[in-house]
Design a protein around this ligand. Structure first.
Ligand SMILES: Cc1cc2nc3c(=O)[nH]c(=O)nc-3n(C[C@H](O)[C@H](O)[C@H](O)COP(=O)(O)OP(=O)(O)OC[C@H]3O[C@@H](n4cnc5c(N)ncnc54)[C@H](O)[C@@H]3O)c2cc1C
Ligand code: SF4
Length: 479
């Protein structure tokens, strides 16, 4: 149809917002992609084929109404596009920036299957809500009539913030407890600014503060209060504390100064971005400037470390990973970005020992080969004898993933049930833990996962908590 505004994918190619040139972007921690110009966003949205059963939406953990807001964007009805996008997500512009779209919405777009290249869903999503912020369309949270019940949220990451917003909107008093001095969880202190600039996170947090949500910063549950004390204070609790225990490497020399954990490194860098004084950065220990850096791991955290090291002015940055490129857990998009920025990948390699006593001076490693698939379905790497080699290193960053901390022990709550992986055990219908009125969401339930899944869990918990609190209020009236 000549006048059909959509279905333009045959004649119109896929076009992501331009990335800054590697040389220019590695001078700072700003995001690497520009934003679409209005006309470009409308044009790219018009490539959508408006499927009756949209796989993009099915494969988005939030089941965002993607084809509908793409059509509204094409028609220039941006405010409506924003409202629709906002109806299913508490942070659309954040997901648009950092979701691994190639594995979620865009990876399941039918025009990707037909070889035309997916609609650039994430970039359009980011564009819509960034525009809404600029135009003043992002309204304050509409707080419902007070209900006389209060909710405590432990953890101010995306899961906790989402539940907090949705419960506040329903009229509950909401308190958030977080051991950090700023809210946002890994959005603030894990993910670097070149993927997600911090003002984008902070304006979301400020909106929640303006809605009357009370933030208790620097408040560590287990130290500043027990779980039981918080249970006594609130009518319902959410545990959304994420996973923070770094997986260890067992190898001689791993305790040498200069062999550090990824999140310690990234947190220091993000703090410097906020202008904080960070002693261990300022004395050089956590600063990669002028150093040969080796990062161990192949996930998103490793990619964030290598790219941070480049920006800090490292002499060389190498990423050591025990599988090959096809079998790495990190996003291919981020790997490509890292390569463009000068990171060298040493595939099929694992560390065996670390040299140096005063400070690390090198990594002794061995080549690996891929054997039979293991329990995860991925081919298990095994050492290839006689292939030992050495890399110079003044800074080694361990980025092998994270496990849950011992929450029952930390919270003084031995009756809090955990799985054999240490994640919190929840009843998937009620989303409650083994303790009545104590809900859980995000990474602490799933294990290390994604921001979009944390938001989804936070949204689901809000529905279950609402039902729980209404029933509790009724019981009180009846008693
Ligand atoms: C380096 C890195 C990069 C990542 N990049 C991406 C990406 O690009 N895209 C993506 O989708 N996902 C990414 N992830 C994963 C994503 O950040 C997480 O899945 C998501 O943040 C989990 O949200 P959450 O709310 O469950 O927990 P978190 O974001 O971890 O927040 C938990 C909060 O709980 C607080 N807390 C913990 N214990 C206590 C306590 N005892 N008392 C009080 N407060 C406590 C913490 O301080 C923290 O603020 C990345 C993760 C890392 C580590
Ligand atoms: S939330 Fe993530 S998966 Fe869903 S539409 Fe947005 S970018 Fe895609």
């Amino acid at each position: 149809m000549a006048n059909e505004p959509m279905l333009k994918f045959v004649g119109l190619g896929q076009d992501y917002p331009a990335k800054r040139a590697p040389d220019a972007r590695t001078d700072d921690f700003g995001e690497i992609s520009a934003r679409y110009a209005d006309a470009k966003a409308e044009e790219q949205a018009s490539r959508c084929s408006q499927c009756g059963v949209p796989y993009c939406s099915t494969h988005c953990p939030l089941h965002n109404h993607i084809p509908d807001w793409l059509k509204l964007t094409t028609e220039g009805r941006l405010r409506e596009a924003y409202e629709l996008s906002n109806a299913t997500s508490t942070m659309p512009e954040i997901c648009g920036r950092i979701c691994p779209q190639d594995r979620l919405c865009e990876g399941n777009c039918v025009i990707e299957f037909s070889g035309h290249g997916a609609v650039t869903i994430g970039s359009v999503e980011k564009y819509i809500t960034d525009t809404a912020w600029e135009q003043g369309w992002v309204e304050p949270v509409k707080v419902g009539p007070a209900r006389g019940q209060s909710v405590g949220v432990i953890g101010a990451g995306p899961a906790g913030l989402t539940t907090a917003e949705l419960m506040r909107a329903r009229g509950y008093e909401v308190h958030i407890y977080d051991r950090h001095d700023r809210a946002g969880g890994l959005l603030t202190y894990g993910i670097p600014g070149f993927k997600l600039e911090k003002p984008v996170v902070m304006r979301r947090v400020d909106r929640l503060k303006d809605a009357g949500i009370v933030f208790h910063h620097g408040f560590e549950v287990g130290k500043d209060a027990t779980l039981e004390q918080l249970r006594a204070k609130h009518d319902a609790l959410l545990i959304a504390t994420g996973v923070y225990k770094p997986r260890a490497i067992k190898a001689p020399g791993v305790g040498a100064p200069g062999v550090i954990d990824a999140l310690v490194y990234l947190t220091a860098s993000n703090r410097k971005g906020f202008g904080d004084a960070v002693a261990a950065f300022d004395d050089g220990s956590l600063n990669a400037e002028g150093k040969n850096v080796v990062v161990i791991g192949g996930g998103d955290t490793a990619m964030d470390c290598v790219r941070t090291a480049v920006r800090q002015g490292a002499t060389s940055v190498k990423c050591l990973y025990r599988r090959d490129r096809a079998n790495m857990p990190g996003s291919q998009r981020e790997t490509k970005n890292a390569e463009e920025e000068g990171v060298e990948f040493v595939w099929l390699s694992a560390p065996e020992a670390f040299d140096g006593t005063e400070g690390v001076s090198g990594v002794r490693a061995i080549k690996m080969r891929l054997g039979q698939p293991d329990a995860s379905g991925r081919r298990a790497p095994e050492p290839d004898p006689g292939t030992e080699f050495r890399l110079d290193a003044d800074l080694v960053i361990k980025a092998l993933g994270f496990d849950p901390e011992d929450l029952p022990g930390m919270f003084g709550a031995p009756e809090l049930s955990v799985t054999r992986w240490g994640t919190l055990r929840v009843d998937h219908k009620t989303m409650q833990t083994s303790l009545d009125g104590v809900f859980a969401a995000g990474d602490i339930v799933r294990g290390a996962s994604l921001v979009v899944w944390a938001i989804r869990d936070g949204r689901d918990v809000a529905d279950r908590m609402y039902a729980y609190l209404k029933a509790k209020a009724k019981q009180k009236v009846a008693a």
